[in-house]
Write a protein that binds this ligand. Sequence first.
Ligand code: AMP
Ligand code: MN
Ligand code: MN
Length: 318
Amino acid sequence: MNFKENVNLLKIKLDKASKIGIISHIKPDGDNLGSLFSLGTVLKRQYGDKIDILKSDNIPDKYNFLSNYNKAIEPNKDTNYDVVIVLDCGDEKRLGKYEHVLNGAVVVNIDHHISNKSFGDINFVYSDASSTGEIVYKILKQMNIKIDQEIATCIYVAISTDTGSFKYDNTTKETHEIAGKLLDLGIDLNNITKRVYQSIKLNDALYFIRTLKNIEFFYDYRLAIVCSSNVNGYNNQDTEGIVEYARDIDTVEVACFIKEIEENKIKVSLRSKSYVDVAKIAEKFDGGGHVRAAGFTLCNTIDCVKDKIILEIEKYLG
Ligand code: AMP
Ligand code: MN
Ligand code: MN
């Protein structure tokens, strides 16, 4: 089915449904939340209480300026949905303990991960899209829905965060054209920048500095690894930006952040700069992502995970 037919089918399913959920992934990021609140707000305006905006995890409070932020709820096990729209999830596991909300529902999969196997009944999966927000924008346009400043703000946050503020390879001419149209709608760019990028909590900043001091390098400084163990409840700390900082060192091609989120449960974030496909590496460990940003979770010790990664990445560095 082509895009237009898919959008028509989506409209029919939404009109017919008595209960609709729209859901974000665990550890939601800006793309995920911008997509959730743009499409969620549009649908709430149109369908009212039959729409539930659902979260799989806590939403960082820096995003509280996005419309309907306060309406996001965790799924209730007694609610059955006729349609569930899943945003920015390479696979269903990204819903964590709430994967069951998909049971019995028409699943609408809107995503841009290269590893996405089109698990939905209706799939909007475009790995060449900069962000899920960009796909949401196109769906709204195809539906002839007027995008106002509130919706534009959410979509801008989605696109800006997933492109590293329009720096990464996933940024296209079209990405900039859409961003231009969103600016035309009168979004407050200064406010968005302050909220999303310039509101780091002091505690997180201090943690960032301490953690980066432990950076290690391998293979002629082409691989950088930063580890964070769960002592003193460090696993609750916002660690955004650490892996990107390591990647941005001039010699580094691949950066890896290894974080103990629970005892012996390790989350790994991978980033590359020019030629290594980190999505492929993440898939080897049952994770996923994009060519330049990917991740996975393993049950093991930090040291074991680190050894495995060092060995695996050598094959890709050439
Ligand atoms: P992160 O390092 O958490 O910022 O994630 C980078 C990219 O990898 C995102 O696009 C995620 O969707 C993807 N990703 C991270 N962790 C996993 C995982 N455990 N399984 C699948 N994809 C993941
Ligand atoms: Mn995401
Ligand atoms: Mn995304």
